[in-house]
Every structure is written in structure tokens, then in C-alpha cells.
Design a protein. Structure first.
Length: 196
């Protein structure tokens, strides 16, 4: 898959970022998204990048209680986890997608992308690229019309950045970085419940 010459909505993620998790929710405000993701209410505030570092310091990249920063682009609001993967948790994504739809994107340097799409509390499509594609979920074929042209085909390896192109093409997702000094809602997520 080749990326077109024009700018794409998730170009900022095509840079050399070793790990990230982004959770997108359609039609939610930043504070509502933080609440549904399980942010500690005492930590939720408007902050610029300097305030974020001053307040959270070494805990910015915490995996158990990740710091998230939000933004809105078009109909979608996103939460960018600095160090965790809470957005991939089925309980979190189910809450986020209640009454709407949500997309979770995770990338790490293995390299691996993980994609989840949820509607009304149910995980509709779920796959990762650590092995040949094997979509699961309530309707794993729902996005095939967008996936196949990008090379996202079951039992085949995913082309680089094809998952980002899927998010852009199927949902129009984008992330606009904050301008210098721009304040955005942020907070620290509470730890996920221990699995029994």
C-alpha cells in the first residue's frame, strides 16, 4: 500500500513513535471520554504540554495508570495514552462505545498494530498484525470493503501503516497535535481491575 502525497489524518502516527494507544469515540466530549475510560476525576484538568510534564513527571509513561491527553477532530474525540494500553481493554472499549462507536489503535515497536472497533458496547472487529491477519469479533467481516484494498486480507501479513490507512479511510479519523501552549483535557487512568 502506498501512502498518497496529500496529508493524511493520522500522519503524526507515521513518525517514529515507539509505543502508543489511541482510543477514538464518536460524538463524545473530551471529559466524557476520559470518564468512560476510567480517569481519576481528581486528575482531570486542562493542561498544556509543560503543565503535563510538571504535574505527572516520571509517571507520564506509567503502564498501570497511564496519563491520557485528549483532542477532538471532526466528529471524533480521541484519548492518547502516553504509556498504557487501557483503550484495548474490552471493558473500557465497551463503556466508551455505549450509545456510539469507538476505535482503539495500538502500536508498539515489535512492530505490531492492534485494531479494535466497537459499537454499542460490543467489539465488532478485532485484529492485530503480529501474525497473519485473523479478524475476530461480532462481525469480523464488517470492514472488508475498506481492508482488502489496503492489503488487510485474512491469513496474510499486513502491509506497514495499512492499519492507520484503514482508520482514516473507514472512519475519517485524524489527530491534530496541540499548538504550543494549547491546553487540552488530560488525566491519569485508574488501574484496570485484576482479571479473575
Amino acid at each position: 500500500m502506498s501512502v498518497p502525497d496529500e496529508a493524511r489524518g493520522l500522519d503524526v502516527l507515521r513518525a517514529d513513535i515507539p509505543v502508543y494507544t489511541l482510543t477514538f469515540a464518536k460524538g463524545l466530549s473530551p471529559t466524557e471520554l476520559l470518564g468512560r475510560m476510567g480517569a481519576d476525576p481528581e486528575t482531570v484538568a486542562l493542561r498544556d504540554s509543560v503543565d503535563l510534564v510538571d504535574e505527572f513527571g516520571d509517571t507520564l509513561l506509567d503502564e498501570d495508570e497511564p496519563v491520557v491527553t485528549t483532542g477532538s477532530d471532526g466528529l471524533w474525540t480521541w484519548a492518547w495514552e502516553q504509556g498504557g494500553m487501557h483503550g484495548l481493554d474490552e471493558g473500557v472499549l465497551s463503556r466508551v462505545s455505549q450509545g456510539t462507536e469507538a476505535v482503539a489503535l495500538h502500536y508498539n515497536e515489535k512492530p505490531m498494530y492492534w485494531f479494535k472497533y466497537a459499537v454499542e458496547g460490543g467489539i465488532v472487529v478485532d485484529f492485530h498484525t503480529l501474525q497473519p491477519l485473523d479478524p475476530t469479533g461480532l462481525d469480523p467481516h464488517r470492514l472488508e470493503a475498506f481492508m482488502h484494498p489496503l492489503g488487510l486480507v485474512p491469513r496474510e501479513w499486513a502491509p506497514i501503516h495499512s492499519v492507520l490507512a484503514l482508520a482514516e479511510d473507514a472512519f475519517g479519523l485524524q489527530v491534530t497535535p496541540a499548538a504550543e501552549g494549547e491546553e487540552r483535557w488530560s488525566g491519569s487512568l485508574l488501574p484496570l481491575p485484576l482479571e479473575e
